[in-house]
Design a protein. Sequence first.
Lengths: 245, 301
Amino acid sequence: MFKLLSIELLKVRRSQALWMMFAIPLVVVVLNLLIMLKRHSIGALGEPVWLRFWINNSMLWCSFMMPLYIALVTSLLNGQEHKNQTWRLMLTLPISQRQLYVAKAVLAWLFVLGANAVLLGASALSIALLGLAGASLKGAFVFPLMALLAKISLACLPVLLIQHALSWRVRNLVLPLAIGVAATIGIGASGSSEYWRWNPWTYALMAANGSQPAMHTQALLLAAGAGAALLVLTAFVLGRRETET
Amino acid sequence: MPSPVIQLHGVSKAFGPHRVIKDLSLSVPARSIFAFLGNNGEGKSTTIRLITGLLRPDRGDISVLGMDVRSERRAILAQVGVIVDAACFYPNLTASEFLRIGCDIKCLPRSEIGRVLDMVSLGAARDRLVGKFSLGMKQRLAIAHALLGAPKLLILDEPSNGLDPEGIRDIRLLLSSLPEQGECTVFVSSHNLDEVEKIATHVGVLKGGALLFQGALAELHARSAGALLVDVCDAARAGQVLAAAGYQVESGSDRQLTVLGVELHAADRVNALLVTSGIGLYQSVFRTPTLEQWFLKEHHV
C-alpha cells in the first residue's frame, strides 16, 4: 500500500490538485485577515481579536471551503485518470482495482491534511507577521492548533469518501462538484438544527465548533464510524466492477 | 512443444444485448509474433481487455502464461507488458517519472527506465514532460512502458499508431527481435496489414466476434488462392488447355499467361498439365496473395 501511495504522490507532481491544496486555505486566511484589519487597527489587535480570528478561520473552513475543497480535490485526483484514460494503464499493472481505490482515498485524505496544515500554518504566519508590524501577540497562539487539525481531519472522512466514490465512478466532473456544492449549502440549515447528525457534511463543523463539548465527541464518533463503513462498502462494491463496459 | 502463452476456450462476451465475442477459442504459441486482425468493432480490443482481465467473460476460460486470468490476474500482469487501445499518459510527468510507475509497481530496479528508453530511442528525452511529446514519441514511450522488466508476453494494441515511417521501421525491428532475444511472445493487434505481414509468424483473424482463421502465416499463405505466372512457348494454346481443364486464365503476352485462383499445391498440377500437353514451359512463378489481399477478400471488400 505504501508503494502504491508513493506512486499516487508521484502522479500529482505539477498537478492542479497540488496548487489547490495551497490556494484554497490561503483564500480563507487572507479573507479573514482583511476583515480583521478592516475592523481593528494593528495597535488594537489583542487576545479577544486573535481568538475570533482563529474561530472565524476554522468556521469558514469547516462550514464552507473545506467541503468544496474536498469535492474539488477528489474530482481532480480521479478526473486525472478519467481524462487521460490512465485507468487502463494502471489496471494492466499487477495491482487490484480495490488497492488503487483505497490508495486514492488515502491520497485525497493526505490532501485534506495538507490543506488543514496550510490553513493553520498560514493563520499562525499571518499573526506572526502582524506581530512584527507592532501588534500585541499576547494570547495569539493559545487556540489549540493541533487538536483542531486532528478533529477536522477525522470529521471530514465520510464526506471525503462519498465524494471520492462519486468521482471514481463518474467520468464527468460536474456531478460530484454539484453534489459537493449542494451539500455544502445544506450545512447552514442542518448544522444549526437537531438533525445535523444525519448530514455528514456538518460533522467537521460540529467537531471543531459545536456549541457543546458533547457535540464534538459525537461528531467525531459518527465521522469515524461512517467513514470506516463507507470505505469498506465502496471499496468492496467499486473494486468488483469491470473497469470498462 | 511448449504450451500456448495465451489460450482462450469458448469465450463469449456481451454488452447488454450486443454480443461482441462469440464462442472464441484462440491459442497463441510461445515465442511467436501473433498478429490479431479484424475490422473496427469486430472485438479485437474487447478480446485484449478480456485477456488482461480488464473485462470478465460471460462464458469460457482464459489462461495466460499457464495461469487463469480470473484467479491469478496480478501474477500474470507482473510478467506481461500491455498497451490497451490508445496509449495513455500523465502529461504532468516526465518520461522517466512516468516509467517509474510501472517500474515501482513491478518491483524492478530503476536502471530499467534507462534501458527501455534506450530501446525505443527516447534516452535523450527522459527528463522532458510527456505532455510536450509528439504522438510518435508518446507511442514509443508506451512501448517502453510495456517493455519494463523484459516481459514474457507483450500485448500491443495498434503499436504503430502515430509513428512516422522511420518510427514504424524501428518498432518493427524491435518487435521482431524480441522473440529471438529471449522468451518473449508478442501479441499485436493492428490495422496496418503490410507491417504486420513483415513481422508476424502467426495470425488470428476476427470477423463478427468469431475467429475466421488462426495459425501460422505460412499456413495462411499456403491455403490462400494465389496466381501462377507461367512463361510458355505458346501462350494461346496453353490458355486453351488450361481453360479446358477448368482453370481461370488471364492472357498476358504471346508467351506469358496468368492462372488465377490457384493454391500453392495446385501449381505442380498446372505445370504437369502443360508439359504433358507438349507445351514448352520456361518458367512458372507462384504469387502468394498479400495478407491485405487475403483479408479484404475474406471481408468481401
